[in-house]
Design a protein around this ligand. Sequence first.
Ligand SMILES: Nc1nc2c(c(=O)[nH]1)N[C@H]1C(S)=C(S)[C@@H](COP(=O)(O)OP(=O)(O)OC[C@H]3O[C@@H](n4cnc5c(=O)[nH]c(N)nc54)[C@H](O)[C@@H]3O)O[C@H]1N2
Ligand SMILES: Nc1nc2c(c(=O)[nH]1)N[C@H]1C(S)=C(S)[C@@H](COP(=O)(O)OP(=O)(O)OC[C@H]3O[C@@H](n4cnc5c(=O)[nH]c(N)nc54)[C@H](O)[C@@H]3O)O[C@H]1N2
Ligand SMILES: [Mo]
Length: 676
Amino acid sequence: MPGEIKRSVCPYDCPDTCGLLVEVVGDRAVKVSGDPEHPYTRSMLCPKMLHYEETVHSPLRLTTPLIRTGAKGTDSFRPISWKDAIAEIAGRWQGIIEKSGAEAILPYSYAGTMGLVQRNSGHPFFHRLGASRLARTICSPAKDAGWQAVMGETAAPHPDTVAKSDLVILWGINAAATSIHFLHGVREAKKNGAKVWLIDTYETPTAAAADRTFLVRPGSDGALALGLMHVLVRDGLVDQDFINDHVQGFAELKEQVIAAYPPEEASRLTGLPVEVIEQMAKEYGAAAAPFIRLGSGLSRYGNGAMTVRTIACLPALTGAYGINSGGCFPGTSTGPAFAMKEVIREDFMAHPTRIVNMNRLGHSLNDMNDPPVMGLYVYHSNPAAVTPDQNAVLRGLAREDLFTVVHERFMTDTARYADIILPATSSLEHSDLYRSYGTYCVQRAKAVIPAVGESKSNWEVFGLLAEAMGFNEPFFRQSADELIDHLLAIPTPMRAGIDMEALAAGKAVELSIPAGPTSSFRTPSGKIEILNPREHHPLPCYLPPHGEKDPFPFRLMTAPTLFALNASFYEQEELRRRQGGMSLQMNPADAQKLGLMDGERVIAWNGLGEVAFILRVTPKVPSGVVVAEGVWWLAYAPGSRSVNALTSQRLTDEGNGSTFYDNRVDVRRDLSGKIV
Ligand SMILES: Nc1nc2c(c(=O)[nH]1)N[C@H]1C(S)=C(S)[C@@H](COP(=O)(O)OP(=O)(O)OC[C@H]3O[C@@H](n4cnc5c(=O)[nH]c(N)nc54)[C@H](O)[C@@H]3O)O[C@H]1N2
Ligand SMILES: Nc1nc2c(c(=O)[nH]1)N[C@H]1C(S)=C(S)[C@@H](COP(=O)(O)OP(=O)(O)OC[C@H]3O[C@@H](n4cnc5c(=O)[nH]c(N)nc54)[C@H](O)[C@@H]3O)O[C@H]1N2
Ligand SMILES: [Mo]
């Protein structure tokens, strides 16, 4: 008997933000499919979401609050009531505040859900509490900084415009994994005769969608862009009229790229042959509408912001920013669609409190004083797995004097270190409002099934905590839906003219697309700022990544997998199986040199830690690079650590971002069979 079909939205941290149709029978979601009316989803779901119902109704779901009964990091918990759990948290926090002040409490959250209300529902609470603030810089702040240095607040084009491009460059993006619906437009372009290039550090599954794949040395894309610009300038392949009207600093750039970045230099830095760089520049210069889809991986380096900034200059030289279906698409900025200050409530802060960088959680838990972190509240994030320098994070989480609360759907690596665990709803069990960072769609979702077990949403839990802490503001007593209604009642220019009825009915609605290309660039000068006098380096230049100096032979790529999203989806056995275990990919020549064989257990190690992997020998990875896709739960790892035991807390050149890709390792056979 078919169930009732209800609309929902994919809550995960992905640029596509798909519309879902959920078939519900009784209290259960039995089937999930892509919404055919969603203009970007077009009925199609990625392999991760095809069986979302298995995540929602997984036997691994946490269903009651739990309190720790044994050592931290083990599975020793017993159920307690919500009432007792909330009272315990409030009591412990009051003790910490009396002794060390409220800044000794640190919230830690990221993107388990991207819904605007559930994702941000801790902000008003922690602002009111006076807790330390978290700089949420784990993902791509360097990419934003690099883009903004050149383009300011200029809006990205509509993603579908790629379909009419004649040269699509997938630059540092494994779109088959991380933006699968973007490939729809790419395929259309290809059908119309476009060429598709992939620029990456190894041959990802996205190579199948490309005509040509160019593999560069990790962290060297800035040098490639500078070399391409040298050839464009040298050979007169630039659009001088466009430059005269819309570009600031071309003369200065010209001088610099001609003097410092000939193709020989770009070749030395990137590892691409000189002829290839010459050819790429010629084809780029000759294309009518070259479209760059820029990923985030290449921004997670010590030179990440500068790399993005340099690439963002390329379309300015050929005038591609002025052409429909050309230019550069780093993602959409739909933040102004809703008055988010009404959710975040900075006005609840009595005074500006300390800011802690989430990438440096290990440092913060172990070494921070004045005051030390004594209380940690983790919600919709799994820092024991996803944060760099796992050994430092786990050492911090193991501190007996640290009071840790984790609000989660599953017994994650982080939850194992909690004093109190609170069970969280999935997106099918709570209301929210969604925008996207890869499209211009917005959508409202209501709960389609009741909460599983005793789980509660982020919004509900902060309401309970506010009550227990004696916060009297009516704000904390409204429901998530009331707050969503309030947001929708406040008009914004981005939402002008959209179909509010369709939005209220749960359908995806597109925001008014920012005015087409050419006329105005939203920078302080109104021009594309190749020369930006406000920057430390006023002109783009090549900066070496951190990893350049590390004393280990292999560059480590900590890349996304098709079958998980960061440390999410490991509860689905079939998806784990399709990943084929936690593996390290290595070139055959390197494996031979080290005497290592496909399928054997190896240890990758550096100054930060040691991690056991299953070795996969493959020519898709160039010599000198190793690839670890996915962020595995320790429960399913071959050893006692996962990939982030090898990544450092070093930050990006701008934006204080993570540098997940900017690390080196050595690799050896695992002789002991046991991992320290
Ligand atoms: N299936 C799946 N989907 C996801 C995610 C996931 O983990 N899995 N993660 C989600 C999240 S949090 C985000 S932020 C988004 C985007 O997720 P990101 O992690 O930013 O992924 P991509 O943008 O695809 O970029 C990663 C690609 O950059 C490549 N790369 C690394 N270093 C370099 C370099 O120096 N030069 C070049 N040219 N390439 C390099 C990697 O090999 C990889 O193919 O995707 C989201 N979607
Ligand atoms: N090695 C390596 N590390 C990486 C990356 C990489 O590419 N390689 N990518 C980095 C990037 S780009 C990012 S953005 C971060 C992502 O870091 P996180 O945002 O921490 O990502 P997830 O691993 O998806 O963990 C989210 C958790 O939230 C829980 N959750 C889901 N919905 C809810 C909810 O409504 N309420 C509550 N309370 N919990 C919920 C899920 O069960 C899940 O355990 O990881 C980073 N770490
Ligand atoms: Mo991310």
